[in-house]
Design a protein around this ligand. Structure first.
Ligand SMILES: [Zn+2]
Length: 64
């Protein structure tokens, strides 16, 4: 699934780190403020840094 943030602006993105299993989430509305509504969820996934172990882009995600 690869969608523009603008199409899911009322939802959340839940990520799970593949390295340590840490769960974290972002409000899509906050991601749009931090990036742009043209950004895709896939780009966010690649940039996301785990707060548990510091791994970048090593995660899975769901839009909820
Ligand atoms: Zn981690």
């Amino acid at each position: 699934m690869n969608v523009k943030l603008s199409t899911v602006s009322d939802k959340k993105m839940d990520l799970t780190c593949s390295a340590c299993g840490h769960n974290f989430s972002y409000k899509i509305a906050d991601l749009i403020l931090a990036t742009s509504d043209d950004t895709t969820t896939h780009e966010v996934r690649q940039r996301a840094v785990c707060r548990g172990c510091g791994a970048r882009g090593n995660n899975t995600y769901v839009i909820v």
